[in-house]
Design a protein around this ligand. Structure first.
Ligand SMILES: C[S@@+](CC[C@H](N)C(=O)[O-])C[C@H]1O[C@@H](n2cnc3c(N)ncnc32)[C@H](O)[C@@H]1O
Length: 222
């Protein structure tokens, strides 16, 4: 710890990354707010089981996955086909975290294929075909994005790349892709029930038809 400044090795590391991301101007390497973790922990609750219906057999892509393995862990628990963590600034830490999680659960959980992609989310989405993915974004608020134009482009790309019968799963994020219906669910954070987490599910007609019955009970949940 630096005397008098409260800077640890870890905090210095994220400040260096944040300065670097500011220089690039393509988004800010703000450290994680544990939003993905909260969603993963919620997936074990009775209400949170809905995530299995949304994620099972999908190609789950997390935009701005941060430093921790919770997106990958949730993808495994919910039976995704595979998982991509898109994270330009902490890809090395994300990779190490997923590897360490995999070692810690060997024999207890079915592994699924995964990739960590050290790319900006817009660049990543532009390279994906139409109608393929299930997209997840946790903590992707306006303050970490470079501007409104950039956000609109990301929203367009999410709407284009997401499978038509899938939901865009958004927790504490300011992204509103296309003309999709959005359903808001608030839940007490399992590890700290005094905090309320905000989840939004954005889906079109096919997604609502496929998961409508499962979603109906949650419409009054918040
Ligand atoms: C508030 S953190 C959320 C991290 C994680 N999802 C969580 O909830 O703990 C936002 C993440 O988005 C990443 N990020 C910032 N700009 C980005 C961009 N243009 N493309 C992809 N990720 C970006 C940051 O590096 C950071 O890891």
């Amino acid at each position: 710890m630096d005397q008098g400044q409260g800077i640890t090795e870890d905090s210095r590391d994220w400040r260096v990354r944040l300065d670097h991301s500011r220089d690039l101007g393509s988004g800010f390497a703000a450290p994680g707010g544990e939003f993905t973790r909260a969603l993963y922990e919620w997936s074990f609750t009775v209400e949170g089981k809905i995530l299995q219906c949304l994620i099972a057999n999908r190609r789950l892509v997390e935009l701005g996955a941060g430093m921790s393995h919770f997106g990958y862990a949730m993808a495994c628990v919910c039976g995704a086909k595979n998982f991509v963590a898109v994270e330009p600034f902490y890809a090395d830490i994300q990779e190490a975290s997923v590897q360490s999680f995999i070692s810690s659960v060997t024999g207890q959980l079915d592994r699924i294929p995964y990739k960590v992609v050290a790319k900006d989310m817009l660049d990543y989405l532009i390279g994906e075909p139409d109608d393929l993915l299930c997209v997840l974004a946790c903590g992707i608020e306006d303050c970490i994005l470079p501007g409104v134009d950039y956000r609109k482009k990301v929203e367009t790309e999410i709407a284009r790349t997401m499978q038509k019968d899938s939901f865009f799963i958004s927790s504490h994020s300011d992204l509103f892709p296309g003309d999709l219906t959005d359903i808001e669910i608030s839940f007490p954070r399992p590890s700290n029930p005094r905090i309320s987490d905000r989840l939004r599910l954005h889906g079109g007609r096919e997604a609502l038809e496929r998961c409508g019955k499962k979603i109906a009970p949650y419409l009054n949940y918040s």
